[in-house]
Design a protein around this ligand. Structure first.
Ligand SMILES: [Zn+2]
Length: 397
């Protein structure tokens, strides 16, 4: 019965791939040409740092964790080959794999995986910063801030989006928007930037007031209030279309802000949230544009890490989306042809790239929760909670 089901699933997957192929045959249609042209125009430079401290045991003061939402192998391959065969993340030398299964589901959502990355513990789909019994979990900022580290989140999602929220909120429903925003003032974040002005203004006045008591709230990163502030919430007009270089530019801003306010060092989580949306829509151009934008944020982090010498950069994803695959391409022309076997998330492992001291600790197959536990251990010298391999999905030898 099981085998028949697997066979049926494989058949469906290949049928949907070939349906996609016939719709987007690159020989004839204008569509394919259109996105080929588009990627001539959007090819971008990449950066290769020196590798002097990469993989060494030099002291790590700062960790920058970059999460591409839905950025599995398909998105990385499509983005890389559409960009002439190079990305900053693929210019790095250390890589591994991450398993993303949640506590209650073979295929995770962003809330459970965000929680695993933020707390080192697996939880159920839909839960944010809480375990399967709905008890609050301690997130990385809550561990690090009392030790003198400054912590921040930056995302192209709304601030209540699952990935940024996992680093400050404790809710058992990812769509508890007001509850998530209300968790911000008491959080351990020094810096937050995500969507958006209008979302913030739609929150109850009492929540806005509580936030303004704790954070300087600005709508422009060049606002003079930034310099003297102790905690900053920067809300752009939009994190969707028309956001320009919001993500890469504010990766640099966030790094500078945190570095200037930390006694010991800093932790920053940067999310490229829309790669996932491109794949849910089975939209190749959207997926690639977002992957390339995310790679510019990676470049900003890597350039800082190279200068600093005590910064570890980790780049991975919360899960794969779209069962995205690459069927053929002409990298020199910036042309790729992708297929999608799904409109949802998939359970496949996602790639991880790392740069800086201790990068080699991540060069293996690991759980998303392991990534957090290693970050905690590297920065505090104390082991985080032991990562649980979700036994129902892994068959013991
Ligand atoms: Zn998604």
């Amino acid at each position: 019965m099981k085998k028949t089901l697997i066979l049926f699933a494989t058949l469906c997957a290949s049928l949907s791939l070939s349906a996609q192929q016939s719709q987007e045959n690159p020989e004839a249609p204008k569509e394919a040409r259109a996105f080929t042209g588009e990627f001539y125009a959007t090819q971008q430079s990449t950066y290769t740092p020196n590798f002097k401290v990469d993989g060494t045991n030099a002291k790590v003061r700062n960790v920058i964790l970059l999460i591409g939402d839905g950025m599995g192998h398909g998105a990385v391959n499509a983005g890389m080959f559409a960009n002439g065969g190079r990305l900053t993340m693929t210019n790095l030398r250390t890589f591994g794999y991450v398993r993303t299964q949640s506590a209650d589901n073979f295929t995770t959502d962003s809330a459970a995986s965000g929680t695993a990355y933020a707390t080192g513990r697996k939880t159920n789909n839909g839960y944010l910063g809480r375990d399967p019994e709905k008890k609050d979990l301690t997130n990385i900022p809550e561990i690090l801030a009392p030790l003198g580290y400054a912590c921040g989140v930056l995302s192209t999602d709304d601030l209540n989006g699952a990935t940024p929220a996992a680093f400050f909120a404790h809710q058992d429903a990812r769509n508890a928007k007001e509850g998530i925003w209300a968790d911000l003032p008491a959080s351990c974040l020094t810096y937050a930037s995500a969507g958006s002005q209008s979302v913030y203004e739609s929150m109850p006045l009492s929540t806005q007031e509580a936030i303004r008591k704790e954070f300087s709230v600005v709508y422009d990163p060049a606002d003079p209030a930034v310099a003297g502030s102790k905690r900053l919430l920067y809300l752009p007009k939009t994190t969707g279309d028309g956001r320009g270089d919001y993500l890469p530019a504010n990766t640099t801003n966030a790094i500078e802000y945190l570095a200037a306010r930390s006694k010991k060092g800093f932790f920053l989580m940067v999310e490229g949230a829309h790669i996932d949306h491109g794949e849910h829509a089975n939209n190749t151009a959207y997926t690639i544009r977002e992957t390339l934008d995310f790679d510019k944020a990676v470049e900003a982090a890597v350039r800082f890490a190279e200068r600093d010498g005590h910064t570890l950069v980790i780049i991975s994803a919360d899960h794969e989306t779209g069962a995205t695959t690459l069927l053929r391409g002409e990298p020199a022309d910036g042309y790729v042809f992708t297929g999608f076997a799904s409109r949802g998330h998939s359970p496949m492992m996602v790639p991880l790239f790392a740069y800086g001291p201790r990068s080699k600790d991540f060069s293996c197959v690991q759980e998303n929760s392991d990534v957090a536990n290693k970050i905690i251990a590297i920065l505090t010298g104390k082991k985080g909670p032991v990562a649980e391999v979700p036994s129902k999905y892994i068959v013991n030898e």
